[in-house]
Design a protein around this ligand. Structure first.
Ligand code: NAD
Length: 324
């Protein structure tokens, strides 16, 4: 089977996708500068240690490995940091992505699967959110994702470079075999933070807002297990390799859980009590973000199989216990 060049493949979602690609008979090659990723997450193929901001490095990796498809995860991922340091975010997330897209085009229109985000919707008026909902991102992180989607659409229109932008909701959980998991150096995501707080490894765990118009007052999000996300990428690759058209597709579970439901699930899984402080809402945090999953099912035959809350928390907790 063919090679897939995986930009950002040493990171959380990228490494799980490399494992899934291998299981499906593809050969992943990772391109990552290891700024956030981990050398020991690159288990299923070679590593090109380089920076996507350097066009020559991107071009030469493509020329050397001649992949049949590209998956592009490499990005800076902190939404608040994108607000305080937009230049750094646009340089990596937009200019770096343009380097990949241009090189994919020059090398003969190698199809691209791109990590987009539900952040492109900003503060959506309708929930569940379908792909036809208006995009109105409210941070440089979200605007950068939408810019890359537009660049991809322009390259398709001009040159026939096909792509699938997967708009993920909240990635969570860990490899059920415990080989890899979520190990961000500065962890900002709710589930790992709640687990790390329960395990006594972080002191400051805050719940932002308990006065939303939701049943228990806390914000509701759609949590998608990272193994399901990995599966969606394999399916998106197959779609493009089979000649499928470009698309922008939500990837979520279609179910929402509140912050307090997550905390209760972490405690019920035996992590211990989650010590929490209540804090005011953060600007720009919508009350509810839940995916309409119809297009993922129709176009990619995708539906979440590992995203029940028990599996998510159990696999994440096992990973954090193992790596503590
Ligand atoms: P991650 O930080 O674990 O992975 C990103 C990888 O990109 C890291 O391995 C990092 O070293 C690499 N990277 C960063 N800058 C680079 C550069 N200049 N050159 C080469 N490599 C570079 O993050 P993740 O959670 O796995 O997210 C992967 C992608 O999914 C990102 O594009 C992110 O924006 C997107 N996304 C994530 C979520 C989520 O819930 N985690 C939700 C929506 C979208």
């Amino acid at each position: 089977m063919g090679k897939i060049l995986v930009f950002g493949g040493a990171g959380y979602i990228g490494s799980h996708t490399c494992k899934a690609l291998t299981c499906e008979g593809f050969q992943p090659v990772v391109f990552d500068d290891l700024s956030e990723g981990h050398r020991d997450f690159v288990k299923w193929g070679p590593l090109v240690k380089a920076d996507i901001r350097h066009p020559e490095a991107v071009r030469s990796a493509i020329a050397e490995h001649r992949p049949e498809a590209i998956i592009h995860f490499a990005a800076l991922t902190s939404v608040p940091d994108s607000v305080s340091d937009p230049g750094r975010y646009y340089a990596t997330n937009v200019s770096g992505s343009l380097n990949i897209i241009a090189a994919a085009g020059e090398a003969g229109n190698i199809p691209v699967v791109f990590s987009s985000s539900c952040a492109v919707y900003g503060m959506p008026e309708e929930v569940p959110i379908s792909e036809t909902c208006p995009t109105a991102p409210i941070t440089p992180y979200g605007r950068g994702k939408l810019m890359v989607e537009e660049i991809l659409a322009d390259f398709d229109a001009a040159h026939g470079l096909r792509s699938v932008a997967l708009r993920y909701f909240n990635a969570c959980g860990a490899d059920p075999q415990g080989e890899i998991g979520e190990s961000h150096r500065n962890e900002t995501h709710l589930i790992p933070r709640a687990i790390l707080a329960a395990l006594g490894r972080i002191g400051d765990f805050r719940v932002f807002g308990d006065d939303y118009d939701t049943p228990d007052g806390s914000a509701i999000r759609d949590y998608i297990h990272v193994s399901d996300l990995a599966d969606a990428h394999v399916r998106a690759c197959r779609h493009l390799l089979n000649g499928g058209k470009s698309a922008r597709v939500n990837v979520g579970s279609g179910r929402g859980f509140s912050v307090f439901e997550i905390i209760r699930a972490v405690e019920a899984a035996g992590a211990g009590r989650v010590p929490l402080k209540l804090a005011p809402r953060r600007a720009g945090d919508p009350p509810r973000l839940v995916a309409d999953t119809g297009m993922a099912k129709q176009l990619l035959g995708f539906s979440a199989r590992h995203s029940d809350l028990e599996t998510v928390i159990e696999t994440a907790l096992a990973w954090h216990r193992k790596t503590g």
